[in-house]
Design a protein around this ligand. Structure first.
Ligand code: SF4
Ligand code: SF4
Length: 223
């Protein structure tokens, strides 16, 4: 009975595929492609903001992903100088950033550990090459892709990341503003303390020679 039921499902889908597109589960690849789900992943890539891939690269070469990558297929050399990051803070950048995709196992650990939202998983799977070694070692230039590309392949995730980054930038700006205001207040208080006249008490007042209410104060005898 089980076999007959299974054959029935197959027959229904086979006949139905002539009338309903969703019953047709094969596509004429590569001319036709099924859309990949949001959370499909293949190999990592680096994100840049703006239009310049190298100036806008979010990666600050902290090397956390390099240390955490289980098969050790990330290779980073930190820059000697610094450039401003997305909140304007001077940061190092990767002078070299390579990923050997012949070794990468698509585990996504590098993405999970990156504190700067700089590395994400790509969906590009048509990467086969005739040569095994150098052609599967992806360099920084090849790995760098725009935030717009990230939005195209992972729209929901990218929107959430953008929100996190803008919240972090706003919080950093508010903190900077509060620190500037506190410093200005402290400077004003210090300036007021320096410019205030200092009152020197006379010997009489120090001895308690104050007049009673209604009485004229005693005249001081000039020498
Ligand atoms: S996906 Fe995994 S194996 Fe590939 S580079 Fe990232 S941490 Fe390494
Ligand atoms: S991708 Fe992220 S974790 Fe890796 S070096 Fe760059 S900033 Fe650090």
């Amino acid at each position: 009975m089980g076999i007959l039921k299974g054959m029935g499902v197959t027959l229904r889908n086979f006949a139905g595929s002539y009338f309903e597109k969703e019953r047709l589960i094969t596509v004429q690849y590569p001319e036709e492609r099924s859309p990949l789900p949001e959370n499909y992943r293949n190999f990592p890539f680096l994100i840049f903001d703006g239009t310049d891939p190298q100036a806008g690269l979010r990666c600050v070469a902290c090397q956390i992903c390099e240390k955490e990558c289980p098969p050790q297929c990330i290779y980073i050399i930190k820059s000697k100088d610094k450039k401003p990051d997305y909140v304007g803070k001077p940061q190092f950048y990767p002078a070299t950033f390579d990923i050997d995709i012949s070794v990468c196992m698509s585990c996504q650990i590098c993405v999970e550990v990156c504190p700067f939202e700089a590395i994400k998983m790509d969906k590009d799977f048509e990467l086969s090459k005739r040569e095994r070694f150098d052609n599967l070692l992806f360099r920084k230039e090849q790995l760098s892709k725009s935030n717009g590309y990230y939005h195209k392949i992972h729209p929901i995730e990218a929107a959430a990341v953008d929100k996190n980054l803008s919240d972090a930038a706003a919080a950093a700006e508010a903190k900077k503003k509060a620190a500037a205001e506190a410093a200005a207040k402290a400077a004003a208080a210090k300036a007021a303390a320096v410019s205030a006249p200092t009152t020197v008490a006379s010997p009489e007042s120090a001895a308690g020679s104050t007049s009673a209410p209604g009485q004229t104060p005693p005249e001081t005898t000039k020498p």
